[in-house]
Design a protein around this ligand. Structure first.
Ligand SMILES: Nc1nc2c(c(=O)[nH]1)N[C@H]1C(S)=C(S)[C@@H](COP(=O)(O)OP(=O)(O)OC[C@H]3O[C@@H](n4cnc5c(=O)[nH]c(N)nc54)[C@H](O)[C@@H]3O)O[C@H]1N2
Ligand SMILES: Nc1nc2c(c(=O)[nH]1)N[C@H]1C(S)=C(S)[C@@H](COP(=O)(O)OP(=O)(O)OC[C@H]3O[C@@H](n4cnc5c(=O)[nH]c(N)nc54)[C@H](O)[C@@H]3O)O[C@H]1N2
Ligand code: SF4
Ligand SMILES: [Mo]
Length: 715
């Protein structure tokens, strides 16, 4: 018998409601939930793979232990005992910083992992914390911290009401939106044009998104900060800059004007890769509507000037009066006040409180840049990392110079991975501790409603049972943390263990209920929301459009926006230097990345329905560059950089700018020790074998994926 159960897709940031057809605890069909007021029935091809993930024969279904090359199942009791024993041994011998943790992207897509992860990290006690943040959105968070006083206070483009939208370094047609949670983001962007608005895309590649825009502007990889400075200086110079209502609570307007003045359109044009006249025209156009907004994402922040560029997007939004204005860059108010909760546990954010041991890169929010992980393992000395725990991450494929990391991991005294697959990273673990997948857990989106274009809420109960041998992340992370504390004797350990036991006894549902009740729509704040109220609306609740919230919602001490934080002002000197040094265009090729609709970072290539068809891990090469190098579509060429080389399949296309080549990330599944049958037969190559762990935005420590110098050669 087929039963229909509601759930929420947790694969990307769009939070689509889904209807699952379930037979004997197996998912046999997936549809969009048309009654979901937020996603309105929209899903993408990845949702169809929700059942493939749950039922994947390669999935790890019981704890596994590795001895040399041999894996054998172990009981949970002995796995946890061994975990604690080996972590503690490293801690005692080498100190707490010798134990590191890397937290991957799916953690953010599980509220039960998010709620318990801080306890787990604390129990590990490590200063050596790393996550996917520093290969992703860290620059946006740094800008939020410095300007608005909280690392999570991210302005979201109000695309449902915008009239003019600039999309920089994002490809929502493939990614479905990032730091821009919106059911059916494509339709929402198309609607801007349907109501007479204008959409402009800035990208070194004419992306699927650019194909659907009014204008596509080729930008030079790493050119965004230069371009944005040129736009700002033009606006001030032409008297078009106007912060609107924000004038009342913005500090530093005149300082910003003075700071950007030297960076005229004429001066930045070459480094931006955009002609002076075009910069001036675009600046005027942007200022020409009362509902313009600028949105920047991956391509903007994972580059050499990523921190500055992410900041300049915000600064530009202030300068055109878009901050906190309808149709501008607004601040959501979701049902769980994530900012308030994180501030309450001391997580408003900080930057540069300590630095990495080997290279001296700054921490952010207590985390070190993951571009330093390999060197922290393979460089001897006091504080060297000797043990690593990965939680839902695949850094061998996802971090720059992943090949170096793959060489470093076997040097660890102990490694444990909490994951669902034995993949390119987790194959190096001594213990593999498997968890449930999204459809087997309850789902409330703690993280992404905070980034949504409408205030929304939806709670889904687990749709199918988890295999008996795996644990839910809530249970596993609290269990491991408690076991670690129990093995120690300090008063602090005892106190934390007490708090943890209380949280465990309460359970994740009561925790969510409490968070909803104390939240802005909650019963304790004069509203009606509680977990039971939310569950009474199984398709989800619409809590209305975004509303202006400043200045009261600011987290700065004086409730004012810091328009020109010193950190970013100082970084302008680096821009100045780059302008002087770089009069001409680079000679060789530079590499950028891309995302694909039927792919999800590195971990969904074991679903046949997603990977079948022509090989997709292709290197896009401009026809002129192809001619110059004597290569054509279908050739396999050697792609080399300072750090490594890979063989890739060429696809000649004029959608990529001259001098730039593009390769998707997350591929490269040829490791025989991984257990991913389907992925191995669609292996592709890993872009991160040629990206460079030494190439980062020095301001934020974020990896620079965009603009890596490469050469291609036939054969
Ligand atoms: N060159 C280049 N590199 C990039 C990027 C790029 O654009 N270009 N993008 C970067 C970005 S934005 C990100 S977010 C990172 C991602 O980097 P990571 O988070 O390190 O990598 P993922 O590929 O998302 O791997 C997710 C891991 O979680 C496991 N997993 C999946 N679901 C669950 C679950 O429910 N529980 C547990 N415990 N494990 C689970 C998977 O098996 C996999 O091992 O990659 C980054 N790397
Ligand atoms: N289908 C699918 N959806 C996903 C993911 C996935 O892997 N697959 N991953 C999810 C994750 S973890 C994230 S973080 C989001 C990311 O979502 P997006 O931010 O939309 O990421 P991308 O699609 O990688 O788009 C980045 C764009 O930046 C361009 N670019 C490269 N360098 C530069 C530059 O220097 N300047 C400018 N202006 N542009 C540049 C690239 O050509 C590319 O088109 O997507 C999420 N959604
Ligand atoms: S757009 Fe994202 S949330 Fe929606 S179905 Fe696709 S992967 Fe899932
Ligand atoms: Mo990401």
């Amino acid at each position: 018998m087929t039963e229909t159960r509601l759930h929420t897709c947790n694969l990307c940031e769009a939070v689509c409601g889904v209807e699952l057809d379930v037979e004997a605890d197996r998912i046999v069909g997936v549809r969009g939930d048309r009654k979901d007021p937020f996603s309105k029935g929209h899903i993408c091809p990845k949702a169809a793979a929700l059942g493939d993930l749950a039922g994947d024969p390669d999935r790890v279904r019981e704890p596994m232990r590795r001895e040399g090359d041999r894996w054998s199942p172990v009981s949970w009791d002995s796995a946890i005992a061994e975990f604690v024993e080996r972590v503690e041994r490293v801690r005692k011998q080498h100190g707490p910083n010798a134990v590191a943790i890397y937290v991957g992207n799916p953690t953010v897509h599980s509220h039960t992992a998010l709620l318990t992860f801080p306890f787990f990290a604390k129990a590990l006690g490590a200063r050596s914390k790393f996550s996917a943040t520093s290969i992703d959105q860290l620059p946006h968070m740094l800008a939020a911290l410095e300007m608005f006083g909280h690392q999570l206070m991210l302005p979201i483009p109000d695309i449902d009401r915008a009239e003019r939208l600039w999309i920089m370094g994002a490809n929502p047609w493939a990614s479905n939106g990032s730091l821009l949670t919106a059911g059916n983001v494509r339709a929402r962007i198309e609607a801007i044009r349907e109501r007479g608005g204008r959409v402009t895309v800035f990208d070194p590649r004419r992306t699927e998104t650019a194909e659907h825009a009014d204008e596509h502007v080729f930008i030079r990889p790493g050119g965004d900060a230069f371009f944005l400075l040129g736009v700002l200086s033009t606006l001030f110079q032409e008297g078009l800059a106007d912060p609107g209502a924000a004038r009342a609570y913005v500090d530093g307007w005149d300082a910003l004007r003075a700071a950007v003045a030297p960076f005229t359109a004429a001066r930045v044009a070459s480094r931006a890769g955009i002609a002076e006249e075009t910069i001036v025209r675009l600046a005027r156009e942007l200022a020409g509507s009362k509902r313009s907004v600028v949105y920047g994402r991956m391509g903007v922040c994972t580059q050499e000037f990523g921190g500055l560029a992410a900041y300049l997007v915000n600064a530009l939004n202030v300068a055109i009066g878009a901050l906190d204005r309808m149709g501008g860059a607004m601040f959501p108010q979701p049902a769980v006040d994530l900012l308030g909760v994180s501030a309450a546990i001391g997580q408003k954010g900080h930057h540069g409180k300590f630095r990495s041991r080997v290279r001296g890169l700054p921490e952010f929010g207590g985390e070190l840049p993951v571009a330093t992980l390999a060197e922290e393992i393979d460089t001897p000395g006091e504080g060297q990392i000797r043990a690593l725990v990965t939680l839902a991450g695949n850094p061998v494929l996802s971090t720059p110079n992943g090949a170096r990391l793959a060489r470093a991991l076997p040097r660890l005294e102990f490694m444990a991975s909490i994951d669902i697959y034995r993949n390119e990273t987790t194959r190096h673990a001594h213990l593999l501790l498997p968890t449930s997948v999204g459809v087997e857990r309850d789902h409330y989106d703690l993280a992404f409603y905070q980034l949504a274009v409408r205030n929304a809420a939806r709670y889904a109960k687990a749709a199918v049972a988890a295999p008996s041998g795996v644990k839910h992340d809530f249970d596993l992370l609290t269990h491991l943390a408690l076991a670690l504390h129990a093995s120690r004797t300090s008063a602090a350990d005892r106190a934390t263990a007490l708090a943890l036991r209380a949280a465990r006894a309460l359970g994740h549902r009561r925790l969510v209920d409490t968070l909803l009740r104390v939240g802005p729509y909650g019963t304790l704040r004069g509203g009606t929301l509680s977990l039971s109220a939310l569950e009474a609306e199984p398709h989800g609740l619409d809590l209305g459009p975004l509303r202006p919230r400043l200045p009261s919602a600011l987290w700065t001490r004086d409730k004012r926006v810091v328009l020109l934080p010193a950190l970013f002002a100082k970084d302008l000197a680096r821009v100045e230097r780059a302008l002087v040094e770089d009069e001409s265009k680079p000679k060789g090729l530079v590499l950028v990345g891309r995302r694909q609709l039927r792919s999800n970072n590195s971990w969904m290539h074991n679903s046949l329905r997603l990977v079948k068809g022509p090989e997709r891990c292709t290197l896009l090469v401009h026809p002129d560059d192809a001619a110059e190098h004597g290569v054509k579509t279908g050739d396999r060429v050697l792609l080399r950089s300072k750090t490594g080389e890979i063989r890739v399949l060429v696809e000649v296309s004029d959608e990529i700018h001259r001098g730039v080549v593009s390769l998707p990330h997350g591929w490269g599944h040829s490791d025989e020790a991984a257990k991913l049958e389907v992925a191995r037969s669609h292996a592709g190559a890993s872009i991160n074998d040629v990206t460079d762990d030494g190439f980062v935005d020095p301001l934020s420590g974020t990896a620079a994926f965009s603009g890596v110098s490469v050469v291609i050669s036939a054969g």
